[in-house]
Design a protein around this ligand. Structure first.
Ligand SMILES: [Zn+2]
Length: 118
């Protein structure tokens, strides 16, 4: 319901054509199994949507937005990819960072160690 929208509400687009959404509109993109993706976009971008294969459009409260990432898992802190399965954990100053693969783990450790030296 558009009249019920608060400042900061988002639009969740379920689509087979995520590439047609302009990058500047994409808040978060989650590729599902198969050919579908969930793309979180800013509501003001709705009118800019073109392309085929949009399956559903749904308004979501901003406070719910962050609840859908952990369902799928965490993002790699190096390349930003969603991690399927168990992430590789890299400890950094009391925080846990995540890597999706050993290549990212190595590069992430290298970056983290570079930060620590400074
Ligand atoms: Zn990665």
């Amino acid at each position: 319901m558009i009249t019920d929208m608060d400042e900061g509400d988002m639009v969740l687009l379920r689509t087979r054509d995520p590439e047609s959404v302009p990058d500047s509109c994409v808040v978060e993109r989650l590729d599902l199994l198969g050919e579908e993706s969930l793309v979180l976009i800013r509501p003001e971008c709705l009118r800019e949507l073109s392309g085929q294969g949009h399956l559903a459009i749904e308004y979501v409260k901003k406070r719910y937005v962050y609840s859908f990432s952990p369902v799928r898992g965490v993002k790699c802190d190096y390349c930003g990819k969603f991690i399927d399965g168990k992430p590789i954990e890299v400890e950094f100053m009391g925080r846990t960072l995540y890597a999706c693969c050993t290549n990212c783990e190595r590069d992430l450790r290298r970056r983290v160690e570079g930060v620590e030296v400074r």
